[in-house]
Design a protein around this ligand. Structure first.
Ligand code: BES
Ligand code: MN
Ligand code: ZN
Length: 495
């Protein structure tokens, strides 16, 4: 979908469809009032029939209203005016996207953002652009016949009253850039394990670097051996696919600015290894590289925005397979940090690849490190599929990420990383076991990681519940690209 921003009077618009908001009880937004007036009360008359639901996101498509140049008016319910929130606005935009995908109009004019809340106009435009663009995403790359619809709006003008200045253009670009980042993350996530291998992720990173102002380096097994990444390499032992360690470098900031480092879990398929997972639903473990995908997606977004900030991306990537050379429960390996790890469960492999990447991150003297991982099933038990888990060794950083999630509509919730939980990690034979004693699985996983992040401010996002959807709508969500991008936008502006 192509976007523009224009100033104009609602009643004069000639677009194939004009989208305006209506509040609960038939209360008209300013734009809807203008259409109503020009059509001699036709809009209010239709609403009086009561067909438009009060709930935010309900829609009603009207044709050929008198006195208007447009053939279609799409009424979208915004819910109660007094209860307008980030969520009701986003719901209304998502419903709009769905309707615009199914009508025969070429172009549309969007006046939903031209209201007084929530947040400011720039936020409303940015969110709308992101949601509308994201709604056109299709996961049909591996279908022999693509779903080609002749219908659907291709061009959309955001109509605002007053100035259409640079701030709004930036907001629009940001929304589009986030949608592009989401699309990349979704594509990678949805690809099957036999296509999206560690090598495929490396190739994707190289391509991303070629198209944007990003540098990439890929470490091979021998390089990792030299660095002493014994923990990461132990996970790769069962697999025939060579592991990779991908390093992305985006330098949009000043040379001396310390970078933010993003670390993404890149298990391209998690069988559990010798601690084999049950068969049911195992196909979804192709999504175990969604942390890595979100790092690549975020790089795409910030590079498109040309954000003035320095960011390093680290992606340790391998399969977790059983095999004759695979690690076994009870094996002890030495991590790059020098700490020895007793592998009591080969299915707790994410932390084993992340810990070496977190040690590697020290060399950048980072301003902050954020790792993103589909790390624990326990996180889905705790928070379900709406919210990512957040744990951090720095409360200011945690607060920053929580606020970014709120603003981006990609929310996280903090769990405690108190010392009491550190006591749940005890090994009789090594410095640390790779699993904790029973309970608090998301927290003990983060406790494990925290043993490798003492040198800097660090936060961990557990996206096990948010990175993809199961069931009939099975598919990657692209989360937490919006949260991460919002966080980096904030950092670029503040420091
Ligand atoms: N990738 C999984 C976590 C996961 C499971 C994410 C299901 C989403 C859905 C991870 O590698 C894993 O297997 N974790 C184990 C840890 C346990 C062995 C301590 C888990 O959560 O069961
Ligand atoms: Mn696992
Ligand atoms: Zn895993």
């Amino acid at each position: 979908m192509e976007f523009t921003i224009k100033a104009g009077s609602p009643e004069k618009l000639k677009n194939g469809c004009v989208v305006v908001g209506v509040y609960a009880g038939g209360e008209l937004s300013a734009a809807a009032q203008a259409l109503d007036k020009a059509s001699d009360g036709a809009l209010a008359a239709v609403l009086a029939h009561g067909d438009l639901d009060d709930k935010a996101g309900a829609t009603l498509l009207l044709h050929s209203l008198p006195g208007l140049a447009t053939p279609r008016v799409l009424l979208v319910s915004l819910g109660k005016a007094s209860e307008l929130s980030d969520k009701t606005y986003r719901d209304a935009v998502a419903a709009t996207a769905k309707q615009l995908g199914g009508i025969a109009a070429e172009d549309a004019a969007f006046l939903l953002a031209d209201i007084d809340a929530p947040r400011d106009l720039a936020w409303r435009l940015s969110q709308a652009a992101q949601i509308l663009k994201d709604s056109t995403y299709r996961s049909d790359t591996l279908k022999s016949k693509k779903e080609e619809s002749k219908k659907g709006v291709r061009k959309l003008a955001f109509i605002v009253h007053g100035k259409t200045g640079e701030e709004l253009q930036t907001a629009l670009l940001r929304g589009e850039a986030v949608a592009e980042g989401i699309a990349l993350a979704k594509n990678l996530g949805n690809l099957p394990g036999n296509v999206c291998t560690p090598g495929y992720l490396a190739t994707t990173a190289r391509k991303l670097a070629k198209d944007h102002k990003i540098k990439v380096e890929v470490l091979e097994r021998a390089d990792m051996e030299k660095l002493g990444m014994g923990s990461l390499l132990s996970v790769a032992r069962g697999s025939h696919e060579p592991p990779k360690f991908i390093i992305l470098n985006y330098k949009g900031g000043k040379a001396k600015d310390k970078p933010v480092v993003l670390v993404g879990k890149g298990i391209t398929f998690d069988t559990g290894g010798i601690s084999l997972k049950p068969g049911e639903g195992m196909d979804e473990m192709k999504y175990d590289m969604c942390g890595a995908a979100s790092v690549l997606g975020t790089f795409k977004a910030i590079a498109r925005m040309e954000l003035p900030i320095n960011v390093v991306g680290l992606v340790p990537t391998t399969e977790n397979m059983p095999g004759g050379s695979a690690i076994k429960p009870g094996d002890i390996v030495t991590s790059m940090s020098g700490q020895t790890i007793e592998i009591l469960n080969t299915d707790a492999e994410g932390r084993l690849i992340l810990c070496d990447a977190l040690t590697y991150a020290e060399r950048y003297e980072p301003a902050a490190v954020v790792d993103i991982a589909t790390l624990t099933g326990a996180c889905i038990i705790a928070l379900g599929n709406a919210t990512s888990g957040l744990l951090a060794n720095d409360d200011e950083l945690a607060a920053e990420l929580l606020a970014s999630g709120q603003a981006a509509g990609d929310k996280a919730w903090q769990l405690p990383l108190w010392d009491e939980y550190q006591d749940m990690l005890k090994s009789n034979f090594a410095d640390i076991p790779n699993i904790g004693s029973k309970g608090a699985g998301t927290i003990t996983a983060a406790c494990f990681l925290s043993r490798f992040t003492k040198a800097y401010k660090w936060a961990h996002l557990d996206i096990a519940g948010t990175a993809w959807k199961s069931g009939a709508d099975k598919g990657a969500t692209g989360r937490p690209v919006p949260l991460l991008t919002e966080f980096l936008i904030g950092r670029a502006g503040n420091r």
